[in-house]
Design a protein around this ligand. Structure first.
Ligand SMILES: Nc1ncnc2c1ncn2[C@@H]1O[C@H](COP(=O)(O)OP(=O)(O)OP(=O)(O)O)[C@@H](O)[C@H]1O
Ligand SMILES: O=C(O)C1=C[C@@H](O)[C@@H](O)[C@H](O)C1
Ligand SMILES: [Mg+2]
Length: 172
């Protein structure tokens, strides 16, 4: 089993996709955004799948697709809701280092804007604040490494991940 992947987890808007592709380029890795695999396999956009099938079925689909990701030397950016998939998170922990991108709530809220149209899964009419609080314990539970993004721009966050994982060119 390959353990050389990097899996970024965190809230919607934390920057998993944005940071992920830059990190992959810096490391010479491949990059996979599993939201795009879900859309391709289902033949629909994320928000359409959520609207048509509902939150619980979306979580099942996401869990199934994430559990099948079979790559090496790859930065993987799953959706923010991936942490609700127990099989997928176990798989991610087995194939690499799981990195939590920690961003404080006010910054996230500003970045995400209208989260209803972003396709964020909402249970029981929850607010964005509710989902932040609900998810935090999961991000902490599954992360091997936690990186605070506060006061860091994209390239500083990428450098912080490279340093934390000891992935600088001379140590590879
Ligand atoms: N320091 C920063 N690091 C990362 N992203 C930033 C930063 N500052 C601003 N942004 C912006 O925040 C947004 C992050 O969105 P992105 O789609 O990468 O999040 P995500 O974690 O992949 O969300 P999702 O769970 O919905 O897939 C982008 O618009 C990005 O340009
Ligand atoms: O955090 C979420 O609830 C989601 C984030 C997106 O990346 C998608 O995975 C999906 O739209 C759900
Ligand atoms: Mg993303």
């Amino acid at each position: 089993m390959n353990k050389n992947n990097i899996i970024l987890i965190g809230m919607p808007g934390a920057g998993k996709s944005t940071i992920g592709v830059v990190l992959a380029k810096v490391l010479g890795y491949q990059f996979v955004d599993t939201d795009l695999i879900i859309q391709e396999e289902e033949g629909k956009l994320l928000w359409q799948i959520i609207e048509e099938k509902g939150v619980e079925e979306f979580i099942n689909i996401e869990d199934r697709i994430n559990s099948k990701v079979d790559v090496s030397k790859c930065v993987i950016a799953p959706g923010g809701s991936a942490i609700f998939g127990e099989n997928a998170m176990k798989h991610f922990q087995e194939i690499g280092t799981v990195v939590y991108l920690d961003v404080e709530y006010p910054i996230l809220k500003k970045r995400v804007g209208n989260f209803e149209r972003r396709g964020v899964i909402l249970r029981h009419g929850n607010s964005f604040r509710d989902i932040y609080e609900e998810r935090l314990p999961y991000y902490h539970k599954y992360a091997h490494v936690k990186i605070s993004e506060n006061n860091r721009n994209i390239s500083q966050t990428v450098s912080a991940i490279v340093d934390a994982l000891d992935l600088a060119p001379e140590s590879r």
